[in-house]
Design a protein around this ligand. Structure first.
Ligand code: PA5
Length: 430
């Protein structure tokens, strides 16, 4: 992964250096956590890619539940319990779902409670399968009692029970906090359980069973995902600021926010990575948005949103700091030399589509620079398990540094809890 910021971030090296120095004892602390590799501290998600017991547990669950007949793994979970999995899935396979609906096995996601979607999903599962071994229902909730997750699971399972009978229970895998209500109920009913360590928060949990089980169940190489994260952990615990992209990125975002640029746009020049942007949106918003401070994350897709939001970016309020994200691709798709409309846009004749995307990205950056809109740039080497694992780890460490700079606890979400309690209270009254 490449990280670029020089000449575009509009923060001087001296400023970055001063902010990085203020984090040196925190880097030391993270390095100690990494050395001991245990689940004692809120930052312990950095141990997950190294946890071989966890890896073996996932492989065992996979061997127990997954057969060659598998068609659908349904991820029932919301927020930190599904966004990371969806980010990796969409980048590697999910983006082709509409164009290639017959690719199996596939992940299906049930997050918000939308009655129509749940009906469609349940109908698909009951009509498009002959045998229940074609289905796994992975119910994921750290707290083990999130309203939407429990409601969706009950609704879907009711349909499956009607078709396949009581034995459908053997097609469930529960991923939840140890000793949570879901854990206890699953234990009583002898349902397969994968635990989430107490100290690993939802939005930092993609490398736990939360992400690893469903991704591995449908055939992705989770070892490569872990290795990508392991390598990036080493890089992002480097005390040398210029070698540490998470540290650089955090200090730049912090300085820009202090100067009034509190909107952070991930401008993603590859539609396959849109869900990755949404995963980061939650990570930044929920981790840093506290005590009246924070950055507002937005996700734009290049070049689609150049035709939608660029006007505002380039000519509206100067309150944005942009992260351009792209991936190197090797497709040979091109505009032919013998064209049907030879006189329109003659400059594209014979050009590869990937070169046209690159030209658009380079030109967009040039325009942003001229307009003095600060930006950094992340370039993935390719779109693979390993490069995605690296990106996820990079961003999780960036957020830990950013939380320290802002002086907020990046690992809790007290305001979210208040909406959950209010909804439960209302439902009790109805
Ligand atoms: O990051 C978080 O902690 C949240 O987004 C949670 O993941 C989300 O609220 C779902 O909670 P749970 O995993 O307990 O069902």
């Amino acid at each position: 992964m490449e990280f670029h910021y020089k000449d575009s971030a509009c923060v001087s090296d001296d400023e970055i250096k001063a902010l990085s120095s203020s984090l040196s004892s925190y880097i030391e602390h993270l390095r100690e956590i990494a050395e001991h590799d245990t689940y004692d501290e809120p930052e312990c998600s950095i141990f997950l890619p190294y946890d071989n017991d966890l890896y073996e547990q996932i492989i065992r669950a996979k061997e127990e539940k997954i057969s060659s007949r598998l068609k659908y793994v349904v991820v029932v979970g919301i927020g930190g319990s599904n966004l990371g999995t969806k980010a990796v899935y969409d980048a590697l396979k999910g983006h082709l779902e509409t164009l290639n609906p017959n690719q199996f096995p596939k992940l299906l996601f049930a997050d918000t409670t939308d009655p129509e979607s749940i009906s469609y999903l349940s109908n698909l599962l009951t009509t498009e399968t002959k045998d229940f071994s074609e289905i796994v229902i992975n119910i994921i909730s750290k707290s083990g009692e999130t309203l939407e997750t429990i409601v969706n699971a009950e609704a879907i399972l009711q349909h499956l029970k009607a078709k396949f009978g009581e034995n459908i229970i053997h097609r469930i895998v529960i991923t939840c906090g140890i000793d949570s209500p879901l854990w206890k109920s699953a234990k009583e009913q002898n349902i397969t359980i994968l635990g989430i360590p107490e100290t690993v928060g939802g939005r930092f949990s993609v490398m736990s069973a939360v992400g690893l089980f469903p991704l591995s169940a449908i055939g992705f190489d989770i070892d490569k995902l872990r290795m990508g994260a392991q390598d990036m952990r080493k890089t992002c615990l480097n005390k040398e600021m210029s070698e540490n992209p998470a540290l650089l990125s955090a200090t730049i975002l912090f300085k820009q926010a202090k100067d009034g640029r509190t909107i952070n746009t991930n401008f993603i020049f590859n539609p396959r990575l849109e869900s990755l942007g949404k995963w980061y949106r939650q990570l930044l918003a929920e981790s840093i948005g506290k005590n009246g401070i924070g950055l507002t994350p937005t996700v734009l897709i290049g070049s689609t949103d150049l035709h939608s939001v660029a006007q505002l970016h380039l000519d509206g309020p100067k309150d944005k700091v942009v992260t351009f994200i792209s991936a190197k691709t090797d497709s040979n798709e091109s505009v032919p030399n013998e064209r049907i409309f030879p006189n329109i846009r003659i400059e594209v004749t014979g050009k590869k589509l990937s070169d046209i995307v690159s030209a658009t990205l380079e030109s967009t950056k040039e325009v942003y620079k001229k307009k003095k809109i600060p930006y950094t740039e992340v370039v993935l080497q390719n779109i693979s398990e390993s490069s995605l694992g690296a990106f996820l780890q990079f961003k999780m460490l960036e957020i830990m540094y950013l939380g320290k700079l802002f002086g907020v606890n990046a690992f809790d979400q007290p305001a979210v809890e208040s909406y959950k309690t209010a909804t439960i209270d209302r439902l009790k009254q109805e």
